[in-house]
Design a binder for this molecule. Structure first.
Ligand SMILES: *Cc1c(COP(=O)(O)O)cnc(C)c1O
Length: 397
């Protein structure tokens, strides 16, 4: 018998900070206590309790996606797994895909399509702008596409594609389906799957929904489902095969062991949205994000994306001369116990306004921590003006 000494490691409680850091970055976001409590349980994945939970998750997710579609399911995996599930079920070798990109995540959808063998045309939206339907119209007139991919909110470049409805209308006129990534935006701003004609929509848990990372949601329209059913080439993935996932999600059968704890957490996150109402939640996000943007500007900082393409769910902030993003992140975390995000690309830092991040007590702490950290690192800030503007803006609407 081989004798290997068990490794000696530090206990978890010594690794974790005494006091949780306030997660104000681009996700994961803080989870409400009810979500955390649900996440601590394990139940039988095929029992009657789970069946009831799944029924309710579907009913509530339909409300949040604003759809009556019958092809809605969860995914054991990050938002990217849900993206991959949308792509791999609707796209195959020889498919023509138009990938509308405004940054890192929208480009990832294009890359995923390429990896399953599609012929991908990338349309790059000009920096700091939302996609212009007139430009897409020209692209659609120049070629034939089976599928169009885009994000509602591009987290990396903090850009908002507001014209989703027009893009869907155009796509349908040209015989294409539309896959929309709503990972950071779902339940933070309006999105109406059926009314707008979105064919596949995906979201992760850890952003707009304020649930845990690693359990995601996806929904397909009837038209998308027809395409899935029409596939006559092999499906390379097993876990991500939507036709197999139906076993678990619609037929109470076995596909793979579902992430039961994460689904319980998702149930609670969705239930909290229903209790608040989508309308109320969207208003809270709008008010909090607006107030935070105003406060940041009042302190003397500039925002990366001008209106109207500025994403309210994740705000990009220009770094003043002499401030290095990485040093700022370290300082704000070490001194103020607040975490914000760096960037994938532009020279900015980012603050999230998703789910539990949109609470006034978190905003006051964050604005103070940001301004004070900038000052400690040598930038001139008017922190009191920022805090005063936050107070004024929050009370205004
Ligand atoms: C975070 C994010 C993703 C990826 O989600 P993961 O859970 O990290 O895989 C995809 N799209 C957008 C818009 C995101 O913000």
């Amino acid at each position: 018998m081989t004798s290997i000494t068990p490794p000696s490691v530090t206990s978890l409680h010594k690794i974790l900070p005494d006091e949780p850091l306030l997660l104000m970055g681009a996700g994961p976001v803080p989870v409400p206590p009810r979500v955390a409590a649900a996440n601590s349980m394990v139940i039988n994945h095929l029992g009657s309790t789970m069946a009831k939970v799944l029924e309710q998750v579907k009913v509530m997710a339909r409300y949040v996606f604003q759809t009556n579609c019958g092809h809605l399911m969860g995914v054991a995996g990050p938002g990217s797994a849900a993206m991959e599930m949308a792509i791999t079920n609707l796209v195959w070798p020889g498919s023509n895909v138009l990938s509308i990109t405004n940054g890192f995540f929208s480009a990832r959808l294009g890359e995923m399509a390429e990896r399953v063998g599609a012929d991908v045309t990338e349309y790059q939206v000009p920096e700091c702008e939302g996609v212009d339907p007139d430009e897409i119209k020209k692209v659609l007139q120049s070629g034939r596409f089976d599928v169009i991919t885009l994000v509602q909110g591009e987290t990396s470049h903090t850009v908002w594609n507001k014209e989703l409805k027009d893009i869907c209308t155009l796509a349908h006129e040209h015989g294409a389906l539309v896959i929309v990534d709503a990972v950071c935006t779902l339940s933070t701003m309006p999105l109406e799957m059926d009314k707008w004609g979105v064919d596949a929509i995906i979201t992760g848990g850890q952003k707009g929904l304020s649930s845990i990372p690693g359990v995601s949601l996806i929904a397909f329209s009837d038209k998308a489902w027809e395409r899935i059913e029409s596939r006559d080439c092999p499906m390379p993935h097993w876990c991500l095969d939507a036709r197999l996932a139906v076993q678990f999600w619609n037929k109470k059968g076995y596909h793979y062991t579902a992430p039961v704890s994460g689904l319980l957490a998702l149930h609670e996150a969705l239930h909290l949205i229903c209790e608040e109402s989508l309308e109320g939640r969207i208003l809270r996000h709008k008010r909090c994000s607006r107030a935070l943007q105003n406060a940041i500007e009042a302190m003397g900082l500039g925002l990366y994306v001008p209106e109207p393409a500025r994403l309210p769910s994740v705000i990009g902030i220009n770094l003043p001369a002499g401030i290095i993003g990485k040093e700022l992140l370290e300082h704000i975390s070490a001194v103020h116990r607040v975490e914000i995000a760096g960037s994938f690309g532009p020279d900015i830092v980012r603050i999230g306004q998703m789910g539990e991040q949109c609470r006034s007590h978190h905003l006051f702490r964050t604005v103070h921590a940001l301004g004070s950290s900038m000052q400690s690192l040598g930038a001139r800030m008017d922190v009191p003006a920022g805090v005063a503007e936050l107070e004024r803006s929050l009370n205004q609407s």
